[in-house]
Design a binder for this molecule. Structure first.
Ligand code: ZN
Length: 507
């Protein structure tokens, strides 16, 4: 559990400085949230400058000689017990400050401004499905990524440096090995399901479902699984996300299609999973770099667990389906089993965020291959639409009719986030690994979940994962929770058990 054995004067001084830096960063997050949700279009003219100024000050404070002195003093005072919060705080501050010091302030500010422009270009390009409109900004974002990797330094692959922004300690070659294993063990399932595709239909979740009813029901589910609305809220945005302004205010967004029920229901559960993680970090970590998730992969394990392992299970809908039928009377004559199939239909498709659990990771592997290929100089960004079409056809057997449904669909590259995508698949794997661990450790877990009591699972996650925030490096946290490293095994087993039963496959 969290504890501070050595909260001496150096720790207190460092903490005060980190509080100040956190305030700048969290204020920037509020501006970003506003930009994605309520800001009028005109706001783009100056919002980039606001963000650049905050980012410049935060960077200057973190990398100043004075902060370096505070970190060194706190490290010397704290000792080396990895379970001591004071040790973890000084170590994480050291990691962040060391990396940040490698990036010149002018580079950080220039990149922040370019990101705002790239974001505007991406929105326009996606709306008109005009890749050429986005290409210059995309090239500039990959150029910033390459320069960032050079500044940060790396041993094997420039991509290692970028992965380190999201998944401390993870190596490109490890991701490649995990993905190769995952692909080899999932492809037979994709093929077996394709041979029985007609056994499941999603017709019942396509029809008309009013926006207001979808939002209200999704919010009920979010509250039921444990998202605390006293410390959160839901808004609409083009691309759903969760954002943390300290554990006391963690917001999510969602999106609604009135002709398709799944995105709002499961997108909301997904973002609630992220938000519950942030809401569960230790109180004493507020306004410090420990007061957020361990890594994006661990984060995604939480969102995927609530979205998929809980939210798309038969036991979850045994509890909720009668109420859903009352809200949407069009479902009155649809059986629970038919609905369960509809929310789990496996179908190779174009859009990553709407992909099913079986094919989702193939979307990630495509992006991972493109990002590493571009950084290695093997692929050209100008060829992206062609590459995308060829690889989608090759991997999933589908071809996007336009770039909006192809290489323009994701927000990440417009925000300069290269190296981010693999964390989604790592999170999928961890979601099953953590859930399997909870099943082993918590007596009566399944019975509680069957009754619609999710607090038992949430309490276990709080204690074993959420509470620790960013205290332990992700690989250490995974080992502490599961006793071993991240592995594709539990996720592959979960997929075969669930979809084997749904599609009537014999293994
Ligand atoms: Zn997510």
């Amino acid at each position: 559990m969290s504890q501070t054995k050595t909260a001496g004067p150096a720790h207190q001084a460092l903490r005060a400085r980190l509080n100040e830096i956190a305030d700048l960063n969290l204020s920037a997050s509020i501006l970003s949230w506003d930009m994605e949700t309520h800001m009028p279009k005109g706001g783009y003219a100056t919002r980039g400058e606001h963000l650049a100024t905050l980012s410049r000050h935060s960077h200057a404070l973190l990398t100043s000689a004075e902060t370096r002195g505070l970190i060194d003093a706190a490290r010397a005072e704290a000792g080396d017990d990895p379970d001591d919060d004071a040790v973890a705080l000084a170590a994480v501050a050291d990691y962040d400050a060391t990396r940040a010091a490698k990036l010149p302030g002018s580079f950080v500010a220039e990149r922040a401004r370019a990101q705002t422009r790239a974001h505007t270009d991406w929105i326009e390009a996606r709306k008109t499905s005009n890749f050429k409109h986005f290409l210059p900004a995309l090239e500039s974002m990959f150029d910033f990524a390459r320069r960032q990797a050079d500044y940060l330094g790396y041993d094997d692959h420039p991509y290692d440096a970028l992965l380190g922004n999201y998944e401390r300690g993870m190596k490109t070659r490890d991701v490649a090995a995990i993905f190769a294993d995952l692909r080899a063990r999932t492809l037979p399932l994709v093929r077996a399901i394709a041979a029985h595709a007609d056994r499941v239909s999603d017709a019942c979740v396509r029809g008309h479902f009013s926006q207001a009813d979808q939002l209200a029901f999704s919010a009920r589910l979010a509250a039921a699984v444990g998202y605390d609305f006293e410390r959160g809220r839901i808004d609409l945005s083009a691309h759903p996300f969760a954002i943390n302004f300290t554990r006391h205010d963690v917001r999510i967004t969602t999106r609604v299609y009135e002709d398709f029920l799944n995105p709002c229901l499961f997108g909301t559960l997904h973002e609630s999973g992220h938000a519950m993680y942030e809401q569960g970090t230790a109180l004493e970590y507020v306004r410090t770099p420990l007061g957020r998730g361990a890594s994006l992969g661990v984060h995604e394990s939480q969102s995927r667990m609530w979205e998929n392992i809980v939210g798309r299970s038969l036991w979850f809908w045994k509890r909720w389906y009668p109420e859903l039928q009352q809200v949407f009377p069009g479902l009155a004559t649809t059986s629970l089993e038919t609905f369960y199939g509809a929310i789990n239909k496996v179908s190779p498709s174009l859009i990553r965020v709407e992909a099913d659990e079986v094919t989702y990771n193939f979307h990630i592997m495509l992006r991972f291959e493109i990002e590493t290929g571009v950084l290695e100089g093997k692929l050209k960004l100008a060829d992206m639409p062609e590459i995308w079409r060829a690889r989608m056809q090759d991997g999933l057997g589908v071809t996007p009719p336009d770039d909006a449904q192809g290489c323009l669909q994701d927000i990440h590259w417009s925000s300069g986030m290269v190296g981010y995508f693999p964390t989604y698949s790592l999170g999928n794997l961890l979601s099953a690994q953590f859930f399997a661990q909870a099943q082993q450790e918590v007596p009566g877990l399944q019975a509680a979940l069957d009754r619609g009591e999710y607090g038992v699972l949430l309490a276990w996650l709080r204690e074993r994962i959420h509470h620790h925030g960013r205290k332990y490096p992700p690989a250490d946290l995974v080992r502490r929770v599961t006793g071993g490293p991240i592995s594709a095994g539990p996720y592959v087993d979960y997929l075969w058990a669930k979809f084997g039963a749904l599609y009537g496959l014999s293994q």
